[in-house]
Design a protein around this ligand. Structure first.
Ligand code: PEP
Ligand code: MN
Length: 333
Protein backbone atom coordinates (compact mmCIF):
# COMPACT_ATOMS: atom_id res chain seq x y z
CA UNK A 1 0.00 0.00 0.00
CA UNK A 2 1.20 3.53 -0.61
CA UNK A 3 0.11 6.69 1.14
CA UNK A 4 0.69 9.92 -0.79
CA UNK A 5 0.92 12.92 1.53
CA UNK A 6 -0.37 16.38 0.66
CA UNK A 7 2.18 18.95 -0.41
CA UNK A 8 3.72 20.94 2.46
CA UNK A 9 2.72 18.62 5.32
CA UNK A 10 4.60 19.38 8.56
CA UNK A 11 7.34 16.98 9.65
CA UNK A 12 5.59 16.51 12.99
CA UNK A 13 2.31 15.33 11.45
CA UNK A 14 4.19 13.10 9.04
CA UNK A 15 6.10 11.45 11.91
CA UNK A 16 2.86 10.95 13.87
CA UNK A 17 1.32 9.09 10.95
CA UNK A 18 4.48 7.00 10.46
CA UNK A 19 4.56 6.07 14.15
CA UNK A 20 0.91 5.02 14.02
CA UNK A 21 1.47 2.84 10.95
CA UNK A 22 4.60 1.31 12.50
CA UNK A 23 2.55 0.46 15.59
CA UNK A 24 0.40 -1.67 13.28
CA UNK A 25 3.51 -3.76 12.61
CA UNK A 26 4.38 -2.23 9.24
CA UNK A 27 7.71 -1.09 7.86
CA UNK A 28 7.50 2.33 6.28
CA UNK A 29 9.58 3.29 3.27
CA UNK A 30 9.70 7.06 2.90
CA UNK A 31 10.25 8.66 -0.48
CA UNK A 32 10.66 12.42 -0.13
CA UNK A 33 10.38 13.78 -3.64
CA UNK A 34 10.55 17.36 -4.80
CA UNK A 35 6.80 17.59 -5.21
CA UNK A 36 5.37 14.85 -3.01
CA UNK A 37 6.14 12.49 -0.18
CA UNK A 38 5.16 8.87 -0.65
CA UNK A 39 5.00 6.43 2.26
CA UNK A 40 5.38 2.83 1.12
CA UNK A 41 3.90 0.35 3.58
CA UNK A 42 5.66 -3.02 3.70
CA UNK A 43 4.15 -5.97 5.54
CA UNK A 44 0.65 -7.21 6.18
CA UNK A 45 -1.50 -4.19 5.34
CA UNK A 46 -4.80 -6.02 5.79
CA UNK A 47 -5.25 -4.40 9.21
CA UNK A 48 -4.97 -0.87 7.76
CA UNK A 49 -8.28 0.90 7.28
CA UNK A 50 -7.69 2.56 3.90
CA UNK A 51 -10.71 4.84 4.22
CA UNK A 52 -9.58 6.06 7.61
CA UNK A 53 -6.05 6.85 6.36
CA UNK A 54 -7.44 8.55 3.27
CA UNK A 55 -9.70 10.75 5.41
CA UNK A 56 -6.74 12.23 7.34
CA UNK A 57 -6.17 15.89 6.49
CA UNK A 58 -2.49 15.34 5.64
CA UNK A 59 -3.20 12.49 3.19
CA UNK A 60 -3.74 13.08 -0.51
CA UNK A 61 -4.46 9.50 -1.59
CA UNK A 62 -4.03 5.84 -0.64
CA UNK A 63 -3.46 3.04 -3.13
CA UNK A 64 -2.97 -0.68 -2.88
CA UNK A 65 0.17 -1.95 -4.64
CA UNK A 66 -0.87 -5.16 -6.31
CA UNK A 67 2.62 -6.19 -7.46
CA UNK A 68 4.57 -8.53 -5.16
CA UNK A 69 7.62 -6.27 -5.39
CA UNK A 70 7.33 -3.22 -3.18
CA UNK A 71 10.71 -1.65 -2.38
CA UNK A 72 11.79 -1.63 -6.01
CA UNK A 73 8.36 -0.54 -7.24
CA UNK A 74 8.14 2.87 -8.84
CA UNK A 75 4.87 3.38 -7.00
CA UNK A 76 6.90 3.41 -3.77
CA UNK A 77 9.46 5.75 -5.23
CA UNK A 78 8.07 7.82 -8.13
CA UNK A 79 11.37 9.56 -8.90
CA UNK A 80 14.05 7.58 -10.70
CA UNK A 81 16.88 6.55 -8.42
CA UNK A 82 20.42 7.77 -8.79
CA UNK A 83 23.09 5.28 -7.76
CA UNK A 84 26.37 6.93 -6.80
CA UNK A 85 29.74 5.25 -7.17
CA UNK A 86 32.30 7.74 -5.88
CA UNK A 87 31.49 10.83 -7.92
CA UNK A 88 29.89 8.85 -10.76
CA UNK A 89 26.11 9.08 -10.89
CA UNK A 90 23.95 6.48 -12.61
CA UNK A 91 20.23 6.80 -13.35
CA UNK A 92 17.65 9.58 -13.69
CA UNK A 93 19.32 10.95 -16.80
CA UNK A 94 22.88 10.13 -15.73
CA UNK A 95 24.31 7.70 -18.25
CA UNK A 96 27.39 5.59 -17.69
CA UNK A 97 29.63 3.32 -19.73
CA UNK A 98 31.22 0.40 -17.88
CA UNK A 99 33.91 -1.42 -19.83
CA UNK A 100 36.70 -3.90 -19.44
CA UNK A 101 37.61 -7.51 -20.05
CA UNK A 102 35.43 -10.48 -19.24
CA UNK A 103 38.17 -11.77 -16.91
CA UNK A 104 41.18 -10.20 -15.31
CA UNK A 105 44.14 -12.10 -16.75
CA UNK A 106 47.27 -10.16 -15.81
CA UNK A 107 48.35 -6.77 -14.49
CA UNK A 108 49.43 -5.67 -17.93
CA UNK A 109 46.13 -6.71 -19.49
CA UNK A 110 43.81 -5.06 -16.96
CA UNK A 111 45.85 -1.85 -16.68
CA UNK A 112 46.13 -1.53 -20.48
CA UNK A 113 42.42 -2.08 -21.00
CA UNK A 114 41.41 0.16 -18.08
CA UNK A 115 43.53 3.03 -19.44
CA UNK A 116 42.08 2.58 -22.92
CA UNK A 117 38.44 2.47 -21.86
CA UNK A 118 38.95 5.45 -19.59
CA UNK A 119 40.40 7.45 -22.46
CA UNK A 120 37.33 6.50 -24.51
CA UNK A 121 34.94 7.77 -21.85
CA UNK A 122 34.14 4.78 -19.61
CA UNK A 123 33.43 5.86 -16.05
CA UNK A 124 33.72 2.43 -14.43
CA UNK A 125 35.76 -0.63 -15.32
CA UNK A 126 34.59 -4.21 -15.29
CA UNK A 127 36.66 -7.37 -14.95
CA UNK A 128 35.83 -10.75 -13.53
CA UNK A 129 38.06 -12.32 -10.88
CA UNK A 130 35.61 -15.06 -9.93
CA UNK A 131 34.16 -16.46 -13.15
CA UNK A 132 31.12 -18.69 -13.48
CA UNK A 133 32.00 -21.06 -16.33
CA UNK A 134 29.78 -23.63 -17.99
CA UNK A 135 32.66 -26.08 -18.15
CA UNK A 136 34.63 -26.99 -15.00
CA UNK A 137 37.74 -27.26 -17.21
CA UNK A 138 37.66 -23.61 -18.32
CA UNK A 139 39.58 -20.71 -16.78
CA UNK A 140 37.60 -19.68 -13.70
CA UNK A 141 39.37 -16.42 -12.93
CA UNK A 142 42.38 -15.34 -10.87
CA UNK A 143 40.15 -14.98 -7.80
CA UNK A 144 41.76 -13.01 -4.93
CA UNK A 145 44.76 -12.14 -7.11
CA UNK A 146 42.40 -10.83 -9.78
CA UNK A 147 40.81 -8.48 -7.25
CA UNK A 148 44.27 -7.16 -6.35
CA UNK A 149 45.03 -6.53 -10.03
CA UNK A 150 41.74 -4.64 -10.37
CA UNK A 151 42.82 -2.42 -7.48
CA UNK A 152 46.13 -1.72 -9.25
CA UNK A 153 44.19 -0.74 -12.38
CA UNK A 154 41.97 1.52 -10.27
CA UNK A 155 45.04 3.18 -8.76
CA UNK A 156 46.42 3.78 -12.25
CA UNK A 157 43.19 5.13 -13.75
CA UNK A 158 40.86 6.20 -10.95
CA UNK A 159 38.11 4.02 -12.46
CA UNK A 160 35.88 2.32 -9.87
CA UNK A 161 35.69 -1.49 -10.03
CA UNK A 162 32.66 -3.57 -11.02
CA UNK A 163 33.27 -7.27 -10.42
CA UNK A 164 31.28 -10.43 -9.86
CA UNK A 165 30.71 -12.14 -6.52
CA UNK A 166 29.63 -15.77 -6.81
CA UNK A 167 29.86 -17.05 -3.27
CA UNK A 168 28.96 -15.29 -0.06
CA UNK A 169 32.06 -16.77 1.63
CA UNK A 170 34.19 -14.57 -0.64
CA UNK A 171 32.44 -11.36 0.47
CA UNK A 172 35.28 -10.27 2.83
CA UNK A 173 37.58 -10.13 -0.22
CA UNK A 174 35.18 -7.65 -1.87
CA UNK A 175 35.44 -5.00 0.85
CA UNK A 176 37.40 -2.66 -1.39
CA UNK A 177 35.37 -3.29 -4.54
CA UNK A 178 33.12 -0.42 -5.68
CA UNK A 179 30.19 -2.27 -7.29
CA UNK A 180 29.35 -5.94 -6.73
CA UNK A 181 28.00 -7.72 -9.79
CA UNK A 182 25.62 -10.62 -9.31
CA UNK A 183 25.73 -12.67 -12.48
CA UNK A 184 22.88 -14.18 -14.43
CA UNK A 185 23.48 -17.60 -12.93
CA UNK A 186 23.12 -16.32 -9.38
CA UNK A 187 20.12 -14.04 -9.91
CA UNK A 188 17.99 -16.37 -7.83
CA UNK A 189 20.56 -17.35 -5.24
CA UNK A 190 18.30 -16.04 -2.52
CA UNK A 191 20.70 -16.55 0.40
CA UNK A 192 23.33 -14.55 -1.48
CA UNK A 193 20.81 -11.81 -2.30
CA UNK A 194 19.74 -11.53 1.33
CA UNK A 195 23.35 -11.14 2.45
CA UNK A 196 23.85 -8.34 -0.07
CA UNK A 197 21.16 -6.46 1.79
CA UNK A 198 23.71 -5.92 4.56
CA UNK A 199 26.39 -4.61 2.20
CA UNK A 200 26.89 -0.87 1.85
CA UNK A 201 27.73 -0.75 -1.84
CA UNK A 202 25.81 -0.72 -5.11
CA UNK A 203 24.83 -4.07 -6.60
CA UNK A 204 24.61 -4.70 -10.34
CA UNK A 205 22.01 -7.44 -10.61
CA UNK A 206 21.97 -9.29 -13.93
CA UNK A 207 18.86 -10.92 -15.29
CA UNK A 208 18.96 -14.71 -15.31
CA UNK A 209 19.18 -16.62 -18.57
CA UNK A 210 15.55 -17.70 -18.37
CA UNK A 211 14.02 -15.28 -15.93
CA UNK A 212 11.08 -12.95 -16.32
CA UNK A 213 11.18 -9.28 -15.48
CA UNK A 214 9.02 -9.93 -12.45
CA UNK A 215 11.53 -12.49 -11.20
CA UNK A 216 14.35 -10.00 -11.75
CA UNK A 217 12.45 -7.41 -9.73
CA UNK A 218 11.71 -9.94 -6.99
CA UNK A 219 15.44 -10.63 -6.76
CA UNK A 220 16.11 -6.89 -6.46
CA UNK A 221 13.43 -6.89 -3.77
CA UNK A 222 15.38 -9.49 -1.77
CA UNK A 223 18.41 -7.18 -1.63
CA UNK A 224 16.39 -4.06 -0.90
CA UNK A 225 14.12 -5.65 1.70
CA UNK A 226 17.26 -6.77 3.54
CA UNK A 227 18.47 -3.19 3.74
CA UNK A 228 20.45 -2.23 0.64
CA UNK A 229 18.51 -0.01 -1.76
CA UNK A 230 21.42 0.64 -4.14
CA UNK A 231 20.52 -1.84 -6.84
CA UNK A 232 20.98 -1.53 -10.61
CA UNK A 233 19.20 -3.92 -12.95
CA UNK A 234 20.98 -5.39 -15.95
CA UNK A 235 19.43 -6.82 -19.11
CA UNK A 236 22.03 -9.19 -20.61
CA UNK A 237 19.98 -11.28 -23.01
CA UNK A 238 17.78 -14.29 -22.42
CA UNK A 239 17.51 -17.79 -23.88
CA UNK A 240 15.18 -18.04 -26.83
CA UNK A 241 15.01 -20.20 -29.96
CA UNK A 242 16.91 -17.55 -31.89
CA UNK A 243 19.96 -19.14 -33.45
CA UNK A 244 23.21 -17.38 -34.42
CA UNK A 245 23.37 -15.24 -31.27
CA UNK A 246 24.44 -16.35 -27.79
CA UNK A 247 21.25 -14.93 -26.27
CA UNK A 248 18.43 -12.62 -27.34
CA UNK A 249 18.67 -9.03 -26.17
CA UNK A 250 15.27 -8.15 -24.72
CA UNK A 251 15.38 -4.43 -25.39
CA UNK A 252 11.78 -3.80 -24.46
CA UNK A 253 12.85 -4.78 -20.93
CA UNK A 254 14.43 -1.33 -20.64
CA UNK A 255 11.30 0.86 -20.90
CA UNK A 256 9.21 -1.79 -19.15
CA UNK A 257 11.57 -1.93 -16.17
CA UNK A 258 11.62 1.86 -16.08
CA UNK A 259 7.86 1.87 -15.87
CA UNK A 260 7.74 -0.77 -13.14
CA UNK A 261 10.71 0.35 -11.08
CA UNK A 262 12.74 3.43 -10.20
CA UNK A 263 16.04 1.51 -10.34
CA UNK A 264 18.62 2.27 -13.06
CA UNK A 265 18.68 -0.17 -15.97
CA UNK A 266 22.01 -1.13 -17.55
CA UNK A 267 22.28 -3.12 -20.80
CA UNK A 268 25.01 -5.68 -21.54
CA UNK A 269 25.16 -6.13 -25.32
CA UNK A 270 28.25 -8.35 -25.04
CA UNK A 271 26.67 -11.35 -23.31
CA UNK A 272 23.38 -10.65 -25.08
CA UNK A 273 24.90 -11.29 -28.51
CA UNK A 274 28.15 -13.17 -27.96
CA UNK A 275 29.52 -11.67 -31.18
CA UNK A 276 31.76 -8.59 -31.21
CA UNK A 277 30.38 -7.12 -34.43
CA UNK A 278 26.85 -7.20 -33.02
CA UNK A 279 27.83 -5.31 -29.89
CA UNK A 280 27.96 -1.77 -31.35
CA UNK A 281 24.51 -1.85 -33.04
CA UNK A 282 22.89 -3.34 -29.93
CA UNK A 283 24.69 -0.86 -27.66
CA UNK A 284 23.36 2.01 -29.78
CA UNK A 285 19.86 0.56 -29.79
CA UNK A 286 19.94 0.18 -26.01
CA UNK A 287 21.13 3.76 -25.64
CA UNK A 288 18.35 5.01 -27.89
CA UNK A 289 15.88 2.88 -25.92
CA UNK A 290 16.64 4.73 -22.72
CA UNK A 291 19.16 2.53 -20.91
CA UNK A 292 20.93 4.27 -18.02
CA UNK A 293 24.19 2.68 -19.01
CA UNK A 294 26.06 -0.02 -20.90
CA UNK A 295 28.43 -2.71 -19.67
CA UNK A 296 30.71 -3.81 -22.48
CA UNK A 297 33.52 -6.34 -22.72
CA UNK A 298 36.75 -4.91 -24.09
CA UNK A 299 40.03 -6.79 -24.51
CA UNK A 300 43.41 -5.66 -25.85
CA UNK A 301 43.95 -9.04 -27.52
CA UNK A 302 40.54 -10.69 -28.00
CA UNK A 303 41.89 -13.63 -29.98
CA UNK A 304 43.93 -14.77 -27.00
CA UNK A 305 41.40 -13.84 -24.31
CA UNK A 306 40.91 -16.53 -21.69
CA UNK A 307 37.18 -15.90 -21.66
CA UNK A 308 34.61 -14.41 -24.06
CA UNK A 309 37.11 -13.17 -26.67
CA UNK A 310 34.57 -13.58 -29.48
CA UNK A 311 32.31 -10.94 -28.00
CA UNK A 312 35.04 -8.56 -26.85
CA UNK A 313 35.68 -5.26 -28.60
CA UNK A 314 39.18 -4.03 -29.18
CA UNK A 315 39.93 -0.73 -27.40
CA UNK A 316 39.74 1.26 -30.65
CA UNK A 317 36.38 -0.34 -31.48
CA UNK A 318 35.10 0.61 -28.06
CA UNK A 319 36.33 4.17 -28.54
CA UNK A 320 34.50 4.44 -31.88
CA UNK A 321 31.34 3.05 -30.29
CA UNK A 322 31.57 5.43 -27.34
CA UNK A 323 31.59 8.39 -29.78
CA UNK A 324 28.40 7.14 -31.38
CA UNK A 325 26.78 6.47 -27.99
CA UNK A 326 27.44 10.09 -27.07
CA UNK A 327 25.82 11.23 -30.32
CA UNK A 328 22.71 9.13 -29.63
CA UNK A 329 22.54 10.52 -26.09
CA UNK A 330 22.45 14.03 -27.51
CA UNK A 331 19.66 13.14 -29.89
CA UNK A 332 17.42 11.63 -27.20
CA UNK A 333 18.21 14.20 -24.50
C1 PEP B 1 30.05 -11.47 -17.03
O1 PEP B 1 29.62 -10.32 -16.89
O2 PEP B 1 31.23 -11.73 -17.31
C2 PEP B 1 29.10 -12.60 -16.95
C3 PEP B 1 29.51 -13.82 -16.62
O3 PEP B 1 27.85 -12.23 -17.23
P1 PEP B 1 26.47 -13.02 -17.09
O4 PEP B 1 26.30 -13.34 -15.63
O5 PEP B 1 25.45 -12.05 -17.59
O6 PEP B 1 26.56 -14.25 -17.94
MN1 MN C 1 31.97 -12.49 -20.09
Amino acid sequence: MIVVLKHGVSEEKKQQLIAWLQALGLRIHISDGEFQTVLGLVGDTSSVDMDLVESLDIVDSVKRVSEPFKMCNRKFHPESMVVEVGDVKIGAGNFVMIAGPCSVESEEQIVTVAKAVKAAGAKLMRGGAFKPRTSPYDFAGLKAEGLELLKIARRETGLPIVTELMNINDLPLFEDVDVIQIGARNMQNFDLLRELGHVDKPILLKRGLANTLKELLMSAEYIMASGNEQVMLCERGIRTFSDYTRNTLDLSAVPMLHELSHLPVIVDPSHATGIAKLVPPMALAATAGGADGLIIEVHNDPIHALCDGAQSLRPEEFAALAEKVRAIREVIA
